[in-house]
Design a protein around this ligand. Structure first.
Ligand SMILES: Nc1nc2c(ncn2[C@@H]2O[C@H](COP(=O)(O)OP(=O)(O)O)[C@@H](O)[C@H]2O)c(=O)[nH]1
Ligand SMILES: [Mg+2]
Length: 213
């Protein structure tokens, strides 16, 4: 039987509450958009498989709640992420300023090899824009990150953003993937199962797959 995937990566969505993390994830995995905001509770994930350079890359994308009270839960997940989306809302200067705080948390808690990408969401809301595109690209450049403006509403740059981060993660783990492909063993699971460390003890099995948007 054909293998379902060659490599499994864990990606994490970070950013203030309300910037559109849950909507970005629902748009990417299910091509859906929900106009009302229902706060994400704690941490939740969705999966999708991409084919990059002939390699089946299964990505596990973790959605987080930006609220302060969930910070301790979230930080446990930084450690095992291979890629991180730092998301702000182009109609919220405040959410953009907070990117620095999110980035410094990532520096502190995530592995050194972690790949990051800056995302300015709600690009469809041009008339409410508070953060210029140049401000986003300048910040991304300062941090050495790629940058995309997206819209979960119109589907602008959604596939591009998720694919780019997966490509970056694949590139830094290329040596491991090459080794794996020259062997006959199964898939490479870089995102070790969270149950091993009991991180999902607070969630029930059906909660882990549900869409909270
Ligand atoms: N116009 C517009 N609204 C969006 C977009 N993405 C999310 N929203 C809205 O912003 C609100 C918060 O989105 P949500 O995904 O729950 O944010 P989260 O707290 O970061 O997960 C919801 O009312 C969404 O409908 C977008 O790209 N464009
Ligand atoms: Mg959410």
């Amino acid at each position: 039987m054909a293998k379902q995937y060659d490599v499994l990566f864990r990606l994490l969505l970070l950013g203030d509450s309300g910037v559109g993390k849950t909507c970005l994830l629902c748009r990417f995995t299910d091509n859906e958009f929900h106009p009302s905001h229902i706060s994400t509770i704690g941490v939740d994930f969705k999966m999708k498989t991409l084919v990059i350079d002939g390699i089946k890359v299964r990505i596990q994308i973790w959605d987080t709640a930006g609220q302060e009270r969930y910070q301790t839960i979230t930080k446990q997940y930084y450690r095992r992420a291979q890629g991180i989306f730092l998301v702000y809302d182009i109609t919220s200067e405040r959410s953009f300023q907070h990117i620095m705080k999110w980035a410094s948390d990532v520096d502190e808690y995530a592995p050194n090899k972690v790949q990051k990408i800056l995302v300015g969401n709600k690009a469809d809301e041009e008339n409410r824009r508070q953060v210029a595109t140049e401000q986003g690209s300048k910040l991304a450049k300062a941090y050495g990150m790629d940058f995309f403006e997206t819209s979960a509403f119109t589907n602008q740059n959604i596939t591009e953003t998720f694919t780019r981060l997966a490509e970056q993660v694949l590139a830094v783990h290329k040596k491991d993937v090459d080794l794996l492909q020259s062997s006959l063993t199964g898939e490479l699971n870089l995102a070790a199962l969270e149950e091993e460390e009991g991180l999902c003890d607070h969630m029930s099995a059906d909660q882990t797959n549900a869409c909270w948007c």
